[in-house]
Design a protein around this ligand. Structure first.
Ligand SMILES: C[S@@+](CC[C@H](N)C(=O)[O-])C[C@H]1O[C@@H](n2cnc3c(N)ncnc32)[C@H](O)[C@@H]1O
Length: 248
């Protein structure tokens, strides 16, 4: 396993975590969806559907998907909402968005989901301009998680929600050990053999090492100003969905 010091060295070599992450996702954009399905054993679609339900956008409202990538969370939100609901998907990696745009055209959803290049830590939207904000597997990649949640709070209208779906640290001992074995050993092997991307799929487990456990992530969201923050573990805590509300 690559140590985090080694990972930090890699970030430094390319000028920081953000450019490292951007290049990494740029390289794997073409295989990203397939690898997601394989590595999550087909569970990723269910996880996004659950996250979309917590966002609970009403008919005609607009949501923001940060680190939208190939647009699967935005699609889940739209599929679970009434007519007229719209999504803006932002991501720092143009190659991921290009894959997403092709998918939206195939699905006829290009008028309801707009994909733009944009940074979750410096969101180019006015204050209180969206009805809710969500992300799937993005927050782990941020340089400053609290800054990301502060920006989300700024752009969401009072009363709106934030929903964060992320890989987590399963709390159960036996299940936790099995998960770590899978996540640190088998999943990178899939990535290397099938995705032909050794470094990229080694970054995945290493990015979890320093990522806060669910209760600590809740605290970060509260420090950023989100109210009524709760989290829900799915599938034994492999992933967690954190939900918060912007006070009226
Ligand atoms: C693991 S992918 C998740 C993509 C998508 N949300 C999904 O559910 O499959 C993480 C995405 O976050 C994007 N990302 C990383 N840091 C970001 C940032 N600061 N702002 C916006 N997007 C970012 C990456 O480019 C990548 O597309």
């Amino acid at each position: 396993m690559t140590t985090n010091t080694a990972l930090e060295e890699k970030f430094r070599e390319v000028g920081g975590k953000r450019p490292y992450v951007q290049r990494l996702f740029g390289r794997i954009a073409g295989v990203y969806d397939l690898m997601n399905k394989l590595m999550s054993l087909g569970l990723d679609g269910y996880w996004r559907k659950r996250a979309a339900r917590y966002l609970a956008l009403a008919t005609g409202q607009t949501g923001l998907d940060l680190g939208a990538g190939t647009a699967d969370l935005s699609i889940a939100v739209i599929n679970g909402s009434g007519p007229g609901t719209k999504m803006i998907g932002m991501d720092i990696t143009p190659e991921m968005l290009d894959e997403g745009r092709r998918k939206l055209v195939r699905m006829g959803l290009q008028d309801r989901i707009e994909l733009r290049v944009g940074d979750a830590e410096h969101i180019e939207l006015p204050d209180n301009s969206v009805d809710g904000c969500c992300s799937a597997f993005t927050v782990r990649n941020l340089t400053n998680i609290k800054q990301g949640f502060s920006e989300m709070l700024r752009v969401v209208r009072p009363g709106g929600r934030v929903v964060c779906l992320e890989i987590s640290h399963p709390p159960g001992k036996i299940f936790g050990t099995l998960f770590y074995l899978y996540f640190y050993k088998l999943a990178p092997l899939f990535g290397t053999v099938i995705g032909k991307a050794f470094e990229e799929y080694n970054y995945l487990p290493n990015s979890l090492t320093t990522f806060p456990k669910a209760p600590a992530l809740k605290e970060i969201m509260e420090e950023a100003g989100w109210s009524d923050v709760r989290y829900y573990y799915l599938n034994g805590g492999i992933v967690a969905i954190h939900v918060g509300t912007k006070a009226e």
